[in-house]
Structures are given as C-alpha cells and as structure tokens.
Design a protein around this ligand. Structure first.
Ligand code: N01
Length: 544
C-alpha cells in the first residue's frame, strides 16, 4: 500500500489511492467492496449521476433482464440474497437499479464513489509503478492498481446516418434514454434496430404510439420470457439452497444453475423427441434452456437448424401476415450465435394495425430527413425516432480512454486489429491494470454478475498477493497473452458463434476489425483455468 512503497506523489492536488476503479456499475461497486475488505484505499469514478452502469443508463420502455432475478444477483453476501425480494421472474430495469442502490447503501459504498466524473486518460509510469488518471474535471488520481470496470455495452452507438441533424422531431438512443421517460401517445414513431433492446421496446411503444414503423435490417431469434410474478415456492426453494445453487452456477457453462452440460446430440434424437423438448422449453420460457438442450446445438449447423426451424415455425404460427412472418423469421445465422433474445409479446405486436415492419435489408436506410427516415424505397414521416442500434461493444469504453505506459502506444492503438488480452483480465504492456469481464473472458456469454464476482475475486487475490510479497508491478507476459488469444480463437472456431454478424465480432460497427471476442468454453472451465494460473504463482505474469 501507499506507506509501504512510499512512492505516492506528494502533490496535494492529486488523490492518492491503492486502487482506482473506473465505472460504478455492478462490477465497480463489487470491486470497491472487495478492495475495502483488503484494507486498501480505493475509489470509484463514475460518469453517470448515479451508480448502476447499464441499469442506470438503459431506461427505455421494457428494459428488463433476460436472466432470472434469482440468478442475476450478487452472491457474495448470503444475508443480501436472503433478504432481497424480487417481485418478478425477470426483473425490470427500475427493480434492478433499486437493488443496486440498496447494495451501495447497505455496504456503505457511496462515500468512495465519485459521480459525474469521466476518466479521460490513464498513464502508467514504470519508474514508480503507478497509474495516473485524469478526470474530465481536471483532477489527477494516482493509484498503484487500476481496475477497469467500464462495461461491455456502455458505449451507445447511433449509426452515422446522413442528415440526422436535420430531423425535426426528438430522437433517442436506448442506452441514453431520458430518466423522465418519453410519452409517445398520439405519435408516429420509428424504431431502428431489432436486437434484444428493440425486441423489448417495440411491444410497449406499439401500445402507446399512434403508429409504429419498425426498421429491421436483420431478423433475430426471440423466445418468450414467460415472465410473471415471482412464484413463492420457487423463491423459497432457491433461498433454502442458495449456496448449492451458486456453486453449481459457478461451474456451469453460462453461469446459471439448473442447466447441466448437455450430453445428447440433437441429431441423435428423433424428430418427435426434439419437437417435444423444444416445445417444453418454449413453454417454460428463457434462453438458457435452448442454449443447453443438446451438445451439438452450438457446434453443428444441421443440429442447430432443427431448433432454428422450430422457432421459425412458431413465428409463422403467431404472425398472421405470411409475408411479415417470413421477414421476421431469421435465416442468415444459426440460432443462439447472436444473443438469443427474450420477449413478451414481440411477434404478436406485428398483428396490430398500427405496426408496420419495414425491411431495410432489401431497401436500406439512405438518410434521415427533416421529416423522418428515407429508405431506398420511400420516405417515412415520423414524429420521433428510437435508436435500438446497440453499442461499440466490449472494447468501446476502454478505447475511449487514452491508456498508455510511459507514453507508448495507447491501448486503442495496440488493439487496432482487435483486442488481445491474457485471460480477459490483463493486457501485456499495461501493467497493474485489470479488466472485469474483458474481451477474452466469458463475461458477456454468462450471467454477468457471476462473472463479475469471479473476476473481481481473482483480481483481489492477486492484488493481495502482490501486497504481501512487496510486489509493485504485475504484468501479463506477451507470450502468455498470445497463447491465450490463440486458445480463445480455437474454442470459438470449434463452434458456430463466429458465423453470425453479431456485436461479439464487432460486426455492428462499420470498420471494426472482425474478431470473435468472448471466451466460450464456459464459466466453469474458465474459472478452473484462472485458479490454476493463481495456484502456479500467477503463471503468465511477471511479478516484480
Ligand atoms: O444491440 P444489438 P442491442 N441500419 O447490437 C441494428 C444486451 N441486452 O442494444 O443485426 C439498420 O444487438 C442491428 O441490425 P443488424 C444483450 O447482450 C440485454 O439490441 O446489425 N439497422 C440490430 O438489429 C444484447 O445482445 C438485454 O443488421 C441497424 C440492432 O440495430 C446487447 O445488450 C436487453 C443499423 C442492434 O442490435 C445489445 O443489444 C437489451 C443500421 N445502420 C440488451 N445499425 C436483456 O437482458 C445497427 N442496426 C434482455
């Protein structure tokens, strides 16, 4: 810590810390809690005017988690998970934000969270083994370690449409939605984008607006959430066995309990068996059941297509206009290789008289005009536009901070051809900096809070180890990083994931290098790997 090394700058205008944490979402708050528990001086810098990260910003209509609340919650405090009552099977954004604020208060975190503060630059100095961070308010922060808890879907992106500034009505991005909400009553509204976000907001906006135009470039698979009030018996069963359920989730594929790794092949099952299974899963609701129903679901195109066709048939049975149904039925990617969406009444929405699906694959959007959206076919007059066009995912937030070691290349430059990390936790050439759920980790392919806890716990152990051994610099080795990147790619290439044009490969950002970023061997496999690295004296890191 500061006093031990004595190398903290004496400048009274600099805040001196052991650990600077960038981002006050679920990851940053837990990191603060853990660092404090180690007796370290840590502080969170958060751009928003409140804590919560994703759940602070994404206030669009219908925003809700697609993992069940009893799973999507912190596990580090048994009192917390016993006390907290989730009102619904899947929590809404306001419910999750209330939970995060409760956690922040309960663990007295807010006194070390600096809101309305964006970190602009971070420079590591090998002479002192410290990071210096600069805030947008001109403040300097010096810290031995830096934890980037900057999120994976935290850089909202509106496509670079020509003429956007000329539009006379208001427009919104899902990830920067006004806190006071938006009333679309009596309005003709356009929603652009049909990912998880669009699929959640479309049914609700349709109910309010005079008319809704949905501009769809790529049809997406969506399954019914089958949401409802929390079943008391289910809640009681969870709470009676929480430690066991969490332990199971930690060693699972997607970080959710109740879905053991499948052993059966879809192709080995009979048609009737498969249909029966898919129907049961459809009725039960949720996406993890589908993703873990057969062992070849995500690796064999033919196996995958049995499920894809089941869902396409469902769409055809729900949507009355066969032309619209066909446009909504995805045919360009295997099911589950893009984030599998969950909905409440999404396909049904297209049976409403006030909803029109516009295919912007065949007739692309050419420009935004004063009056609305012009496609290659015609102009659509709109009163308001909602962009559900996604994020510069996984690397966007980190690339926005100017991160360098001794004035060398920035992290954004180092990652020009795609992110390279060791374990998704550290980057060679950028010592003493850790990422939570970074590229090369299973983060985004898992129950995020579980991954957050695992990463932060692992980082906390490493920082504690360093402190106990008078180590002031922890740096990933380039070779270990190369091997990890290769391994991540090999695992991805053994699956169907890289086939899809998803944000997992950066396909939604024109010009972004096409690299499959998540590690998809499963959270259990990854955890074991991380634990082995630690047990072998932090193999692949140079500690000095
Ligand atoms: O973003 P997306 P999102 N012209 O990138 C379209 C998490 N999440 O905000 O597919 C026309 O998935 C784009 O079209 P295409 C979850 O992990 C979770 O929906 O690129 N269209 C696509 O349809 C999710 O995966 C929850 O052809 C354009 C859409 O915009 C992630 O966040 C809820 C376009 C973007 O989809 C991101 O989801 C919400 C253009 N120029 C989000 N550019 C839950 O937990 C883009 N699009 C439930």
């Amino acid at each position: 810590s500061e006093t031990k090394t004595g190398s903290a700058p004496a400048d009274p205008n600099t805040t001196n810390l052991d650990v600077a944490i960038v981002g006050g979402g679920l990851a940053g708050l837990y990191a603060l809690h853990r660092m404090r528990g180690l007796g370290l001086k840590a502080r969170v810098y958060e751009a928003g005017s409140g804590v919560g990260g994703t759940w602070f910003w994404n206030r669009y209509p219908g925003a809700r988690c697609d993992i069940e609340s009893l799973e999507y919650s912190y596990s580090f405090s048994d009192e917390l998970q016993q006390d907290w009552k989730w009102p619904e099977r899947y929590a809404t954004q306001p419910q999750i934000l209330a939970y995060i604020n409760h956690v922040a208060e309960r663990f007295d975190l807010l006194r070390d969270v600096q809101l309305n503060t964006r970190i602009r630059t971070a420079g590591f100095d090998r002479a002192t083994d410290r990071w210096t961070l600069a805030t947008d308010g001109g403040e300097a922060v010096s810290a031995r370690f830096c934890i980037m808890a900057t999120g994976n879907l935290s850089t909202p992106r509106v496509p670079d449409f020509k003429g956007i500034e000329s539009f006379r009505g208001p427009w919104y991005h899902s990830g920067l939605w006004p806190a006071e909400g938006v009333d679309f009553s009596g309005k003709v509204v356009g929603v652009i984008g049909t990912g998880s976000t669009g699929i959640q907001m479309i049914p609700l906006i349709a109910k309010q607006a005079k008319h809704l135009y949905v501009f769809q470039r790529t049809a997406n698979f969506s399954l019914p959430a089958q949401n409802g009030p929390m079943e008391t018996a289910r809640e009681a069963a969870y709470k009676a066995n929480y430690p066991e359920r969490r332990a199971e989730a930690r060693m699972s594929g997607f970080g959710v309990s109740g879905y053991p790794s499948p052993t059966q092949s879809a192709l080995a099952a009979s048609e009737a068996e498969r249909q029966g299974k898919y129907e049961t899963l459809w009725q039960r609701g949720g996406s993890i059941g589908f993703l873990s129903c057969y062992n070849d679901f995500l690796v064999d195109e033919q196996a995958n297509d049995t499920a894809a066709e089941f869902v396409r048939e469902k769409i055809r049975s729900i949507v009355r206009d066969p032309k619209v149904a066909e446009l909504l039925a995805p045919k360009d990617h295997p099911i589950g290789t893009k984030r599998l969406c969950l909905d409440t009444g999404y396909y049904e929405t297209y049976n409403r008289d006030n909803v029109t699906l516009v295919d912007v694959r065949s007739a692309p959007i050419q420009e935004i005009t004063e009056r609305g959206v012009r496609t290659a076919e015609r102009e659509y007059a709109l009163d308001a536009i909602a962009f559900a066009t996604g994020f510069d995912a996984m690397t966007g937030a980190l690339r926005e901070i100017d991160i360098r070691t001794d004035g060398g290349p920035s992290l954004a430059e180092a990652w020009a051809d795609g992110p390279r990390t060791y374990l998704g936790l550290a980057v060679a050439g950028y010592p003493n900096m850790f990422m939570v759920t970074g590229p090369g980790s299973p983060g985004v392919k898992s129950q995020m809070i579980l991954s957050i806890e695992q990463h932060v716990d692992w980082i906390a152990d490493l920082i504690d180890h360093a402190r106990g051994h008078s180590i002031t610099r922890v740096e990933a080795d380039g070779e270990a990083q190369d091997r990890w990147v290769e391994h991540v790619n090999q695992v991805a290439d053994s699956t169907l994931y890289p086939v899809a044009n998803s944000w997992y490969v950066g396909a939604n950002i024109p010009g972004k290098p096409r690299v499959f970023m998540p590690y998809v061997a499963g959270v259990g496999v990854y955890r074991k790997k991380c634990d082995e690295v630690a047990a072998n004296g932090y193999e692949g890191f140079t500690l000095s």
